[in-house]
Write a new protein. Structure first.
Ligand code: 4NP
Length: 152
């Protein structure tokens, strides 16, 4: 069977989803799991930009380099390319679902914090304005562990 594929989605694709991409890639590697992981934004506001400096610095604290990533917008073709589309908040979810063509597309979309028992239904807060990058890291670290458990 083909390796599972996962797309992390936030608004700008410079803070939360690049961090989620980096964390899941690291965890998959550490568990010897082959997974294709990418990320995208529901906006094109930062297209081709590096992740936010603060996101890169937080990830460096955890020895994860995300400086190879570049922002890109989510597109309808992503529903064909990815098995799992994990969004950070309810606004991301509504924006992604507005591009879904059918129930199969819709079924791929999940709030990332719905994985694990602690934070179901909640959003990963946008750290762009309030600098909460460490909190975002902790939330994503927990959720990525719980998501990986569903693949094992
Ligand atoms: P992200 O954060 O969605 O986690 O990448 C944001 C990045 C940029 C903006 C908002 C949120 N912005 O308004 O430019």
């Amino acid at each position: 069977m083909a390796a599972p594929s996962v797309l992390m989605v936030c608004l700008g694709n410079i803070c939360r989803s690049p961090m989620a991409e980096g964390i899941l890639k690291r965890k998959a590697r550490d568990s010897s799991l082959v997974i294709f992981v990418d990320s995208a934004g529901t906006s094109n506001w930062h297209q081709d930009e590096l992740p936010d400096e603060r996101a890169m610095a937080e990830m460096q604290l955890h020895d994860i380099d995300i400086s190879n990533q570049r922002s890109r917008p989510f597109k309808t073709a992503d529903f064909d390319k990815f098995d799992h589309i994990l969004v950070m908040d309810s606004s991301n979810k509504a924006n992604v679902l507005s591009l879904a063509r059918n129930a199969k597309d819709e079924a791929k979309v999940h709030m990332i914090l719905d994985f694990g028992s602690e934070k179901k239904g909640l959003s990963v807060p946008d750290p762009y304005y309030d600098d909460g990058f460490n909190h975002v890291y902790e939330l994503l670290d927990y959720a990525c562990d719980a998501f990986l458990d569903t693949l094992k």
